[in-house]
Design a protein around this ligand. Sequence first.
Ligand SMILES: Cc1cc2nc3c(=O)[nH]c(=O)nc-3n(C[C@H](O)[C@H](O)[C@H](O)COP(=O)(O)OP(=O)(O)OC[C@H]3O[C@@H](n4cnc5c(N)ncnc54)[C@H](O)[C@@H]3O)c2cc1C
Length: 292
Amino acid sequence: MNQAKAASMQSELELTRERKYAMPQSVPCVVIVGGGFAGLAAARALKKAAVRIILIDRTNHHLFQPLLYQVATAVLAPGQISSPIREILRRQKNTTVIMGEVTGVDKDQRCVFVKSPDRENVPVKYDYLILATGVRHSYFGHDQFEKFAPGLKSLANAVEIRNKVLRAFEQAETEEDVSRHRDLLTFVLIGGGPTGVEMAAAIAVLVRDSLRSEFRRIDPTSARIVLLDAAPRLLGSFSESLSQAAKKQLERLGVEVRPGHAADQIHCIARSGWQAVTWRRSSRDATGTLCW
Ligand SMILES: Cc1cc2nc3c(=O)[nH]c(=O)nc-3n(C[C@H](O)[C@H](O)[C@H](O)COP(=O)(O)OP(=O)(O)OC[C@H]3O[C@@H](n4cnc5c(N)ncnc54)[C@H](O)[C@@H]3O)c2cc1C
């Protein structure tokens, strides 16, 4: 291709881009990092502003985190609690969506660095920067627990937990050694906040309603669901009466609720991935499925 033709194609591409973006490159650029509730709200609030918005998220979807526990317990499919960010913002002409992970910010140069599947440190310039990257869950000084007990923050976490829960029943059904059934069908959840409470109740409903008639060699309703929390009561940020009500409801569903029990050690006890959770340094539960 001759140089003149290449140059004309290039300028055509730029023209198309200008038309599509509908905003001249001269208006200020707002970079928003994160397409969660905060990032999307910021982008929408600027819908009519004379700015170009570049929204960067490391995933291509917005996630409704409050329903993650339903995916983790096989009630909902991943696609029911997530939508492509690109689709959500498709009518917002001043906004471009980029999938990539922001790995750094250079305040002096006013640019963020983006890592995408095939490129590292791609600079994206901004005039205004909004960081809306959310939070991580905390292992309260026990980061070594992460490999045993996944938290519930992303779709990948939810699918991993769902697979672990369902696999435990499959393994127990094929396990000849009946003495191992109890450990395989023990589900230990660490953390009695809203997510732990919801997860415990959802697993209890799953085993008692959905799975009860589907197995022949094991009784799914014999599964133990243990909810540990270091604090003296569940749902510490709610009122005392709500904590009591939640505890009562969980116990009615057969969940073993253990407030005031901090998990102080977790270790692998078998190659098949069984874990032992030790609490109060004296008692111990063996479990095939552990969640944080
Ligand atoms: C299991 C669970 C249940 C919950 N239940 C409730 C509830 O019932 N009620 C309630 O009010 N709240 C609930 N919450 C809390 C609520 O979901 C959060 O407060 C809310 O999601 C926070 O929104 P955010 O936009 O700040 O962060 P997030 O929603 O976490 O979004 C952050 C975004 O930033 C992206 N990101 C992060 N780092 C980078 C990076 N370096 N580069 C590019 N992108 C990045 C992430 O991919 C993500 O899309 C729950 C949370 C969880 C985890």
